[in-house]
Write a protein that binds this ligand. Structure first.
Ligand code: KG4
Ligand code: ZN
Length: 468
C-alpha cells in the first residue's frame, strides 16, 4: 500500500518551490492576492511543538482587522463539511453571496442508532459526497473551473468522516489546480456570523453549542481565540439528543428539535433538576450529570421509550413534556450563567466588545436564543445568531471561513493531481480552537485535558512570531 502523510502543510510562501505545473496556480493566486506577501501558513507542521501562551497584555493593543489587511475579492469558494453526520457542500462568493447550499443528513441512521456510529457515518458520507458536491456546483451554476479555491473541514470531528471530505476536496483541488484551505469546524461555526452580520468586527465573543462542543470564546482577531470555557464532559447537544431518545421522541430531525417542540407543552418548573457546576465560579460546562438526572426522572415515572411519543397516552405525553421542558430550562440556565460570567471576563480583557455570537446546532433553538438575548441585552451587548440553517452543520460556514483565511494568504497550494486514493491525511479529530484563559482555568477541567494538536491560535501565533 502506498501511503503518504499529507500534512496540508505546504505554505503559500513555498510556492516558488513547486514544480512547473503549479505555476499557473501561482500566477492566479498572486493575482488574486494582488502581490500581497502572505504572513502565515495555517498548517505548517513545523509549528507542532510550539504551544504559545496568550498573554492578556497584548490583547489591548490595536491590531489590524482582517478586512483591513485582506485583499483578494471576487473569490468563489467551494466549502465541504463531513466532520460528523451531515454531508454538506456550498459555494460562496467573497462578497458574502451564498450561491448554493446542499446538506444531506443521516437522520435515519441517527434515529436507528440513537447517535452517530462512526463507521456507518463514514459509509453514508461516501455514498453521497460526490452527489452533494455536484449539486452544490450545479445550483451555483458553476463548474470546478470557476472556483478560486476549495475549503474543507479538517477537524475537530470523527477521523473516518473528516477523511471523506478531505479526500474529495483534494481530488477537486488537484484536478483543477486550486488552492486548498483546511478549516477548523468550530471556527467556522463562529465566523459564519460575520457573513450574515457584516457589522460584526473583532473582537467579539462567541458561545458555540453543538453535539460535540460547548465553547465560550473571545475572538480577538481572525484565528486568534481565547477559550474562556469548554465542557468537562458532554456538550449540550448530546444532552438534548439523549433526552429525546429516552423520552421516545422522533429523532429523524435529530433530538434537539424534538425536545424543543415537546417542551412547549410542558411545565418547566415541574421537575426539579439542579443546575450543573454551581460551585465552580468559572465558564466551563458539564452536561453529563444533567443527563443522569433526566434518565433517573424518566425511570422513576415509568416512561417507556419503546412507546413512541405519538402513541403515548395523554397523561404519559404530558409527563414526558414536563421532563423535556424542565430539562431544557436547566440546560439553558447553565448556558446563561456561564455567559454572564464570560461577558464579565471578556469585557475586562477587551472593553470594546459589542457582540455575542451564538452558533452551532443548538443555537437554532428558539428558547435558547430568547434566553440568551436577555442576558446579552442586560449587558448592553448585541446577540448575533445565524439563521438555523447556518447554525447546524453546513458547507457555507466552511466556504466562508476559507474565504476569510484565503484573503489573509493562509492556504495551501494545489495537491498533486495524481495523489493516491489511499493517502493518509493530517486530520485533527481533537483540535482546540484557542488557548485556555489562564485565570479561568478550572480544577474540574484540568483533570481532562488530553489533546492531540496544538490549538489553531497557537499555530497562528507561532507563525506570526516566525514572520516578525
Ligand atoms: O453543530 P451541529 O449541527 O453538529 C455538530 O457539530 O455537533 O449540532 C448538532 C446538535 C445536535 O445535538 C442536535 O440535537 C442539536 O445540535 N440541535 C438542537 C436543535 N437543532 C439542532 N438542539 C436543541 N434545539 C434545536 N432546535
Ligand atoms: Zn457543528
Amino acid at each position: 500500500m502506498v501511503s503518504f502523510v499529507l500534512t496540508l502543510s505546504s505554505t503559500f510562501s513555498r510556492l516558488n518551490l513547486l514544480p512547473k505545473t503549479s505555476l499557473v496556480h501561482t500566477v492566479r493566486a498572486l493575482r488574486t492576492l494582488q502581490q500581497r506577501k502572505p504572513t502565515w501558513s495555517l498548517y505548517n507542521s513545523s509549528f507542532k511543538s510550539i504551544s504559545a501562551q496568550i498573554s492578556t497584555s497584548n490583547l489591548n493593543s490595536p491590531k489590524p482587522h482582517a478586512e483591513n489587511v485582506g485583499i483578494g475579492d471576487d473569490l468563489v469558494v467551494l466549502g465541504i463539511e463531513t466532520s460528523c453526520d451531515d454531508t454538506a457542500a456550498s459555494v460562496v462568493r467573497s462578497n458574502g453571496e451564498i450561491l448554493s447550499q446542499v446538506v444531506s443528513s443521516q437522520a435515519d441512521l441517527l434515529a436507528q442508532y440513537g447517535g452517530v456510529a462512526p463507521k456507518m457515518a463514514e459509509e453514508a458520507h461516501l455514498r453521497v459526497i460526490d452527489q452533494v458536491v455536484q449539486e452544490a456546483l450545479d445550483k451555483a451554476n458553476l463548474t470546478e473551473k470557476d472556483l478560486s479555491a476549495v475549503a474543507v473541514t479538517i477537524g475537530p470531528g470523527l477521523s473516518l468522516c473528516l477523511r471523506v471530505g478531505v479526500r474529495k476536496a483534494r481530488k477537486i483541488a488537484g484536478s483543477f489546480n486550486l488552492p486548498i484551505i483546511g478549516v477548523h469546524h468550530m471556527e467556522a461555526h463562529a465566523l459564519v456570523a460575520r457573513l450574515i452580520e457584516r457589522e460584526l468586527q473583532f473582537p467579539f465573543m462567541a458561545l458555540l453549542i453543538s453535539g460535540g462542543h460547548n465553547l465560550l470564546i473571545l475572538a480577538s482577531d481572525l484565528g486568534q481565540y481565547i477559550q474562556l470555557g469548554t465542557t468537562i464532559d458532554d456538550a449540550i447537544g448530546e444532552a438534548y439528543d439523549k433526552t429525546a431518545k429516552w423520552l421516545g421522541l422522533d429523532m429523524r430531525r435529530s433530538g434537539g428539535p424534538a425536545v424543543e417542540e415537546l417542551a412547549r407543552e410542558g411545565d418547566a418548573e415541574s421537575v426539579k433538576f439542579s443546575i450543573p457546576m454551581k460551585q465552580y465560579k468559572d465558564c466551563n460546562f458539564s452536561y453529563a450529570g444533567l443527563k443522569t438526572q433526566v434518565r433517573l426522572a424518566i425511570e422513576s415515572r415509568n416512561i417507556n421509550a419503546g412507546i413512541p411519543i405519538s402513541s403515548a397516552s395523554f397523561q404519559d405525553r404530558s409527563s414526558r413534556a414536563d421532563i423535556a421542558a424542565s430539562f431544557q430550562r436547566v440546560a439553558v440556565l447553565h448556558l446563561e450563567e456561564r455567559c454572564e460570567r464570560a461577558i464579565e471576563w471578556a469585557l475586562k480583557l477587551e472593553p470594546s466588545i459589542k457582540h455575542l455570537v451564538v452558533s452551532g446546532g443548538v443555537a437554532s433553538n428558539q428558547y435558547v436564543r430568547a434566553r440568551l438575548d436577555q442576558v446579552v441585552q442586560k449587558n448592553n451587548l448585541q446577540l448575533v445568531c445565524p439563521p438555523p440553517s447556518l447554525c447546524t452543520d453546513n458547507g457555507v460556514m466552511v466556504a466562508w471561513t476559507g474565504i476569510e483565511h484565503f484573503r489573509m494568504g493562509r492556504f495551501d497550494p494545489p495537491p498533486s493531481a495524481s495523489e493516491p486514493e489511499d493517502s493518509l491525511y493530517d486530520l485533527r479529530p481533537r483540535w482546540p480552537l484557542g488557548e485556555e484563559y489562564a485565570e479561568g482555568r478550572s480544577e474540574a477541567r484540568s483533570l481532562r485535558r488530553a489533546r492531540i494538536h496544538p490549538s489553531l491560535t497557537s499555530l497562528i501565533q507561532a507563525s506570526l512570531q516566525q514572520q516578525a
